[in-house]
Design a protein around this ligand. Structure first.
Ligand SMILES: [Zn+2]
Length: 247
């Protein structure tokens, strides 16, 4: 079987060094997620698990040009601390940690870095710093949640709740049913929107996320502009996550 390892941690230092020396590695993904309550029925690793999957599959599409840093599995989840088991870090610590990981990739010689996010609570903290970080690092740096790449038509024709990503509802439950059904504890499900979830909906949405993220990477490597604002989908609208305006 062809060698399609994409995680930095799965390579030896010899392999990584040789790939860098030959110029084959052109971009890196830094996955950011969360370990936080996901309602009664989803395992708390959801966001980290899902974003790692999308990062890995997108990198494989561009193999061997893209590597994936070890996922950052704890994010900014202060809003869920009433549900014990949630793990959180202060937003300034989170941002600086992400910065240092990106800086490590820059020091290795990688000039295109995509921070790929899978948790809503990480968006505003990083968006506040991203321009400054890009300037300080001097690389082509982007921050993007994997759902930013979705076509609104696909979202609203698939999600009966008209909402994405939401939180532990129809979307996240559907994608987990498709990716790892054993992580969906249906007997404990109390959320009505989560009840709309199906494996088929998850399968419809995973492929386009991987394809969309791969496209962002192609464009970054080619030095092309990427026009994908940080968004959330609700009530038939695509809403900018920072300004709160429809886009
Ligand atoms: Zn989630």
């Amino acid at each position: 079987m062809a060698d399609k390892r994409v995680f930095v941690g799965d390579l030896t230092r010899t392999e990584f060094r040789k790939r860098m020396a030959s110029g084959v590695i052109q971009a890196a993904i830094v996955p950011t997620g969360a370990t936080e309550q996901h309602n009664e029925h989803l395992e708390m690793i959801h966001d980290a698990f899902h974003v790692s999957h999308v990062a890995e599959q997108a990198a494989k599409r561009l193999h061997p040009r893209v590597v994936v840093a070890s996922p950052i599995c704890i994010g900014v989840s202060e809003q869920w601390m009433e549900h014990i088991g949630t793990l959180t870090v202060r937003s300034e610590i989170f941002c600086e940690y992400v910065y240092d990981v990106c800086d490590s990739l820059r020091r290795a010689g990688i000039g295109n870095i995509l921070i790929l996010n899978g948790h809503g609570g990480n968006v505003k903290p990083i968006m506040r710093r991203i321009d400054e970080y890009r300037e300080r690092l001097g690389v082509n740096l982007r921050f993007q949640s994997y759902w930013d790449v979705y076509d609104p038509e696909l979202v609203f024709s698939t999600m009966e709740s008209n909402r994405l990503p939401g939180h532990a509802c129809e979307f996240e439950t559907s994608t987990m049913l498709a990716l790892a059904p054993e992580r969906v504890h249906k007997a404990d499900m109390v959320n009505e929107a989560a009840g709309l979830a199906t494996k088929e909906k998850g399968e419809l949405l995973i492929g386009p996320a991987v394809a969309g993220v791969a496209d962002v990477l192609y464009k970054m490597i080619a030095g092309e502009a990427v026009d994908k604002p940080p968004v959330t989908f609700r009530a038939g609208q695509r809403i900018h996550m920072v300004t709160g305006e429809p886009v």
